[in-house]
Design a protein around this ligand. Sequence first.
Ligand SMILES: NC(=O)c1ccc[n+]([C@@H]2O[C@H](COP(=O)([O-])OP(=O)(O)OC[C@H]3O[C@@H](n4cnc5c(N)ncnc54)[C@H](O)[C@@H]3O)[C@@H](O)[C@H]2O)c1
Length: 429
Amino acid sequence: MNAPPPKLEEVKIAVIGLGYVGLPLAVAFGRRFPTLGFDINSKRVGELRSHHDHTLEVSEAELREAAQLDFSDDPAALAGCNVFIITVPTPIDEYKRPDLRPLESASRTVGRAIGRGGIAVYESTVYPGATEEICVPIIERESGLGFNRDFYAGYSPERINPGDKQHRLETIMKVTSGSTPEVADFVDGLYRSIIDAGTHKASSIRVAEAAKVIENTQRDVNIALINELALIFHRLGIDTHEVLEAAGTKWNFLPFRPGLVGGHCIGVDPYYLTHKAQQIGYHPDVILAGRRINDGMGSHVARRVAKLMAQRNLQTAQSDILILGLAFKENCPDLRNTRVVDIVAELRSYNANIHIHDPWVSAREAEEEYGLALIAKPEPGRYDAVILAVSHREFIEIGADGIRALGKPGAVLFDVKRALPRDRVDDCL
Ligand SMILES: NC(=O)c1ccc[n+]([C@@H]2O[C@H](COP(=O)([O-])OP(=O)(O)OC[C@H]3O[C@@H](n4cnc5c(N)ncnc54)[C@H](O)[C@@H]3O)[C@@H](O)[C@H]2O)c1
């Protein structure tokens, strides 16, 4: 006989991977259900036990309020859990292929802990098919249990946006799915109990997986189109933002802006979809073209800065260039896949000395991840060019004049984000 999934009042949840996605989820579940937050990173578990979240997604008060939430880095603590929610990273490797190792390793952990009637719900972004083709067989192997007989699976993608205090886990509608109709209902009910915005039950796990990956792929391609337009308009001597402002008066013109596309999601997830497409013999054109354009924007910015300097008789070789912002986006400490590093690399190829200042990010992490030494404070009047790469609120507060004062008289000021008044900067995307 098939093992029945647990009833809501019997659930004991384990959230595997306590990062940007897993922690807010563990806190939300930990207010209502016995919940164990599990992470292989003992340091992370230690900081959370002392009610501190360095990602700044969850406050100390919220951590304290989650009365039924515990943390552990010991797999033995997972014994007795009957719902396992997997929120581990899904990065790409140096060849831009999906790196499924964290997902596989988390599935092994779940496989060793899951019992009859248990459910493994994946939240990590993957390609359609990954949950059932890659993860479920690992759980079967490790547990010796039969899929859809002894244990079940679900997929419920995360849509949060690091640093965004308005769109929170509870206020974003959540897509849910399950490996049988009964389990889909269970997964849907479980999430409905914590998500104020409600849920959308997809017809299958593959549909839910595909829905998530195309949300970010659509954004990536849309931004790529605007970036390509910015490249064209720059050559034509037309201000891209003025064009977008004019075109945006049409009701169905989409309000995307040019820029660097970094972060853990938008610049990465499309490769999961293109990987799967290629596996089945379809070679995606549009998606990969978008990726190429977006990945080229950092060096494009650098070349434009170098050209502006040359036009002012400023040498790039041995110049001092200040880059304001290293995080992949404003008002958040997240450095993952930041494309500001492309600006740095291109300018260094001109032998410029690059000084990077970012009050949000950890200097240690910048050093460890990218080998970049941050400066704690820019020196006023020192730089030949200043690039506003990330519009953190601290930079916007000092304004164009304050930022200009960091440069030497006549220095170039380039505004990647178009965050400052156009007539107060020398150029922008
Ligand atoms: N960050 C976002 O805004 C966001 C939004 C939507 C979806 N996602 C997706 O959610 C997933 C997680 O992303 P994130 O940003 O939370 O990642 P993250 O890097 O912030 O956190 C992942 C955590 O998982 C832990 N971990 C890694 N391997 C593990 C294992 N085998 N067992 C237990 N813990 C393990 C790490 O130590 C880390 O604490 C990814 O698939 C991502 O694409 C992220």
